[in-house]
Design a protein around this ligand. Structure first.
Ligand code: F6R
Length: 606
């Protein structure tokens, strides 16, 4: 949560920072601020609301200079307001921060005893006060910052400047921060898309790294005061990928990007003649010894794990446990040496998923992350990583991340099936052929979306929705319901279809739309039974199926048909219309689709 950006170079910083901040808005958008250094003066502007509201504050011409910092906030400590917005300034020091300072109460107390007075409710404000405290004791700026960082418990990504010196300092611990290296200019940013239009060369700072920008140079050290070296990586994302490209919203663009995104996920993985899916780079443990696979994630990525479990258990016959990352460590999971822990995350920075990885590492299990963002914590710190290659996902509601994660699970399952001798070459070849057809099949859905827009118009005024599905379609409907609630603010609940009779059936009447996913597979007959139960109570059914002659088609309110595929891949095809329905309803209701209220894309607090 919270987006940070910084610039030190030859051009005017203000426009660069505001443009970059706009691209980080998905990380938080309840207040924003900027600080520009010029001739030993720092101009600070802050505003409750979005980056566009901040633009009004800085339109007075006072924000001129070639070095600066900016921040977009998702409130953790203290309500969204101007006084709690970053940058926080104490005397001549300004700080922007993402993360949580866990010992801020204790530090505040200590600083108050030294005579410091606080102007906000945030944890962040202790940082500039601590720096001032060290400066007052005669330390130089860099040393004052280093000593301050050593005192902080919790997580931080920070950008810091001081009026008296033309120096900018960035540092991170357990919150993302990267350094962009341009032509005689440097950037700091919470992630690459923010500044990708200016550079594609990045240093991924590691925990306890400090980057010091002085004169035309940058040097790296750690909070122990030692010099460190980090590699410069070239990222193959482009500026256009982080733009809307003619779509009304990023979410819609990202839904439509799914055929291309999945093609990228699959690229270079198959050796079809050998019936093989290549993940040799992973150095997985001896699969024959693996007793259990764990799949852990949050939100949409967790739903992908639930689908992964269905695929793995059915085809590999290895027990799989899925867990919501925020719950994982509290139940003291019984991890054994020969287990594999798979962590799934679009951002690679979700705090609870990182904590789950640490739990796995503490227990000596092999950790494998499935991530979209290069250089992210989960991508770097897990024992192995598979990138989804979906391209930047900017809409807060996850779409292409989900379908690419499922694609990775499918390929990994085939890779393991081969190693374990669970499938023969022909079976694997057939399955590879199926997934290769998926991008085209999604395109077919996307080419016929007008019935979904029509459905959205019919149902947009409903206050509640029930989503039901069985087997692998249960996580699919959970994902559909999550999409609807997060962007339209309509209450939507997902149930395993068989669970309906155990309570939620009491909700059904002529006003409640029930979304059901019922393809012609092993779940078909039983789900038809559940549809009957809804019809008997005059419920309004919206059916998603791959079967144009579904036996319930004439009796439900509406039917949408997706192309056929194998059981394991049906969630990819069935979720696309569910994403679109949610999108169209939200769009008709006029909500902020890309930045829904109360949310942030990258949840870097536990
Ligand atoms: C929902 C959504 C969230 C994320 C969750 C995990 O649309 O985007 O539920 O899926 O916050 O995020 P990552 O995948 O970045 O770990």
């Amino acid at each position: 949560m919270c987006g940070i950006v910084g610039y030190k170079g030859k051009d005017e910083a203000c426009d660069i920072l505001i443009n970059a901040l706009k691209k980080l808005e998905y990380r938080g958008y309840d207040s924003a601020g900027i600080a520009i250094w010029h001739n030993n003066k720092i101009a600070v502007g802050r505003k409750k609301g979005k980056v566009d509201d901040l633009r009004k504050v800085i339109s007075n011409g006072n924000f001129k200079g070639t070095m600066g910092l900016a921040h977009t906030r998702w409130a953790t400590h203290g309500e969204p307001s101007e006084r709690n917005a970053h940058p926080h300034r104490v005397r001549d020091v300004v700080v922007v921060h993402n993360g949580i300072i866990e010992n801020y109460i204790e530090l505040k107390e200590k600083l108050r005893n030294e005579g410091h007075k606080f102007a906000s409710d945030t944890d962040t404000e202790v940082i500039p006060h601590l720096i001032i405290s060290h400066l007052d004791k005669g330390k130089d700026f860099i040393e004052a910052v280093r000593l301050t960082l050593k005192e902080l418990h919790g997580s931080y990504a920070v950008g810091i400047m001081r009026e008296k010196e033309q120096i900018m300092i960035a540092a991170r611990k357990e919150s993302p921060l990267i350094v962009g290296v341009g032509n005689k200019e440097f950037f700091i940013a919470s992630d690459a898309p923010a500044v990708i239009d200016r550079t594609n060369r990045f240093i991924f700072l590691e925990d306890n790294d400090m980057a010091v920008f002085r004169d035309d140079e940058m040097f790296l050290m750690n909070t122990d005061g030692e010099k460190v070296e980090r590699k410069i990586h070239t990222v193959n994302w482009t500026g256009a990928m982080a733009e809307k490209g003619g779509y009304r919203h990023f979410m819609l663009k990202e839904i439509f990007e799914q055929p291309r995104a999945i093609s990228e996920t699959l690229l270079g993985r198959f050796k079809e003649e050998k019936g093989q899916v290549d993940f040799e780079e992973l150095a997985l443990p001896d699969l024959k010894k693996v007793k259990k696979i764990w799949m852990v994630a949050c939100g949409t990525s967790y739903h992908a794990c639930m689908i992964g479990k269905h695929m793995f258990e059915a085809n590999l016959r290895i027990p799989v446990e899925t867990d919501i990352a925020s719950e994982f460590r509290y139940r003291n999971p019984i991890l054994s040496e020969n287990d594999i822990l798979i962590l799934v995350s679009q951002s690679g920075e979700t705090a609870d998923t990182i904590a789950a990885m640490k739990e796995g590492k503490r227990n000596g299990v092999y950790t494998l992350s499935i991530c979209n963002v290069l250089g992210s914590t989960l991508a770097r710190d897990a024992d192995g990583v598979i990138f989804t290659h979906a391209g930047p996902e900017i809409g807060v509601a996850s779409t292409k991340a989900f379908t690419t994660q499922i694609s990775v699970f499918f390929m990994l399952m085939l890779h393991m099936a081969k190693k374990l001798g669970k499938m023969d070459t022909d079976e694997i070849r057939d399955m590879i052929a199926e997934i290769k057809k998926i991008p085209h099949k999604i395109q077919t859905i996307l080419d016929h979306i007008s019935p979904l827009e029509e459905l959205a118009r019919r149902y947009m005024t409903c206050k509640d929705f029930l989503y039901i599905g069985r087997g692998i379609h249960y996580p699919t409907v959970m994902e559909g319901a999550l999409k609807l609630k997060e962007i339209s603010y309509i209450h939507a609940e997902a149930y395993a279809a068989g669970e309906m009779k155990h309570g939620p059936i009491a909700l059904i009447d002529e006003n409640l739309p029930v979304v059901v996913v019922s393809p012609r597979d092993q779940t078909y007959q039983k789900t038809c039974g559940n549809i009957e139960e809804v019809l008997a109570r005059r419920g309004r059914l919206i059916l998603f199926t791959d079967d144009p002659s579904h036996e319930m088609a004439d009796r439900v309110d509406a039917v949408f048909t997706v192309p056929e595929t194998i059981y394991e891949l049906l969630p990819i095809l069935c979720v696309v219309p569910l994403q679109l329905i949610a999108y169209y309803i939200a769009n008709l209701l006029g909500t902020d689709v890309d930045q829904p209220r109360n949310l942030a894309k990258s949840v870097t607090v536990e």
